[in-house]
Ligand binder design. Sequence first.
Ligand SMILES: NC(=O)c1ccc[n+]([C@@H]2O[C@H](COP(=O)([O-])OP(=O)(O)OC[C@H]3O[C@@H](n4cnc5c(N)ncnc54)[C@H](OP(=O)(O)O)[C@@H]3O)[C@@H](O)[C@H]2O)c1
Length: 121
Amino acid sequence: MSLSQSPLKSFSHALVTGATGGLGQAFVKTLILKSNVKVISICGRNLEILQSLADFAKEHQVVLHYESFDCTDFAKLSDFIEKANSRVIEYPIDLFIANAGVSVIKILKVLKPHKKCNADF
Ligand SMILES: NC(=O)c1ccc[n+]([C@@H]2O[C@H](COP(=O)([O-])OP(=O)(O)OC[C@H]3O[C@@H](n4cnc5c(N)ncnc54)[C@H](OP(=O)(O)O)[C@@H]3O)[C@@H](O)[C@H]2O)c1
């Protein structure tokens, strides 16, 4: 599959939890460099790394919002997802990368499965 056919090209708003970790940072940088996403929402606990990812996104003209909190605080996680989903009305979250935290149905209720995805939310 060529890069122009990559499924990554079809997403517009990605949310990444655990974005400050090894895989999280790699996902965020790949989205910035190789996808067509317009908005990225990320969370983690390391403010310095979150800010450096925001700077990297800005250099590449990608809008990136971040928040620092502990993912085991379900109320905060739920609030973060709700806010991210409604922040840019034309770009609801269509890619959810859960590196940290848990996939609790109640928390994910604002998300709708991607048309190409059979995941049962
Ligand atoms: N790396 C692999 O080969 C591999 C393979 C299979 C599965 N996985 C899974 O993929 C996920 C990411 O792997 P990784 O290698 O990128 O791990 P990692 O480098 O340890 O990153 C984990 C990320 O999750 C964050 N995190 C952990 N607990 C948190 C909490 N309570 N609240 C908020 N953030 C929290 C960490 O934040 P802090 O920096 O603040 O701790 C960090 O950003 C993990 O679930 C891992 O089990 C990894």
